[in-house]
Design a protein around this ligand. Structure first.
Ligand SMILES: Nc1ncnc2c1ncn2[C@@H]1O[C@H](COP(=O)(O)OP(=O)(O)OP(=O)(O)O)[C@@H](O)[C@H]1O
Length: 264
């Protein structure tokens, strides 16, 4: 048990997420409790508008929680400075790049920002880490290209390499497979799985690719209307969690194949 506890890298306790203005508090989900383990691939899934991005943004401190606590490596997120957080957690969001004029190398080098001085000059160690990231994601041949020359799939790999160059224990990605074809969706998620195995990093991603997440993830966080459940995919299947994810009139879950089907 003690070993299990040490293995926890991110913990949410009695967490409520949502939006607050001066006048109104809108709770999107509450009573969220889970512990994410080191070296795992974790998929965050749920229907459109259920709150996946809200939860992900709260976990990475892009927006505040309404209640409860989040701990990374046993330290409260609220008590973690931005620079310390940047050394523990890297983020790949879906927003378009501010400057597509950067070369692939320059963009990945930005991942070293928590460690470089204010002019951003790169040491030998920084260069080694950037080259390792290019190799791990298998995009060495793109190194000199400008980002505007890349396809969506290539750009997604570059963003993952930038997160790797940041050298953090956790990488969080918001819908890393949106805009990709079936092959590249599988390619990117398989790449994330490979990276957890080869680097020991914990990778958390939100996605609509539930079938793929079931096949590739160690753990899944399933957001439902009244509950957020975190468990291994096989347990979630045997507990019937996916069967209630969407209205049955159109989509049903086949326990035997572990995949969704359109009702005829
Ligand atoms: N800035 C905001 N202020 C208030 N409400 C918001 C804001 N952003 C999102 N919401 C609401 O929060 C709820 C959850 O949205 P969120 O984007 O987290 O869902 P999601 O599961 O990521 O959706 P999708 O799968 O469609 O991307 C929605 O009802 C949405 O309207």
């Amino acid at each position: 048990m003690a070993n299990n506890k040490n293995n926890t890298i991110l913990k949410a306790h009695q967490l409520s997420i949502g939006y607050k203005t001066k006048k109104i508090e809108t709770i999107i989900a509450s009573n969220i409790n889970f512990e994410l383990k080191k070296g795992q691939l974790i998929g965050l899934v749920g229907a459109n508008g259920i709150g996946k991005s809200t939860l992900l943004r709260t976990l990475i401190k892009v927006q505040p929680s309404l209640f409860g606590s989040i701990q990374i490596n046993n330290k409260d997120l609220d008590a973690t400075s931005t620079i310390d957080l940047a050394k523990q957690l890297s983020i790949v969001l879906t927003e378009p790049l501010l400057s597509k004029n950067l070369s692939v190398f320059e963009l990945i080098a930005l991942g070293r920002h928590p460690y470089t001085n204010w002019i951003g000059s790169l040491s030998e160690n920084d260069l080694t880490i950037i080259n390792n990231a290019l190799e791990l994601v298998n995009i060495l041949e793109l190194k000199e290209k400008r980002c505007y020359e890349l396809s969506d799939g290539q750009l997604q790999k570059v963003m993952i390499a930038r997160a790797l160059a940041q050298d953090t224990a956790i990488i969080a990605l918001d819908e890393p497979t949106s805009h990709l074809d079936m092959y590249h969706k599988a390619y990117i998620l398989k790449l994330l799985q490979k990276l957890t195995k080869e680097t020991g990093k914990t990778i958390l991603f939100s996605s609509h690719e539930i079938d793929l997440a079931i096949q590739l993830c160690d753990t899944m966080i399933v957001m439902q209307k009244n509950e957020v459940i975190c468990d291994q995919p096989c347990n979630l299947i045997s507990d019937g969690v996916f069967e209630t994810l969407f209205p049955k009139d159109l989509i049903s879950f086949d326990n035997k194949t572990g995949s969704f089907r359109v009702s005829k």
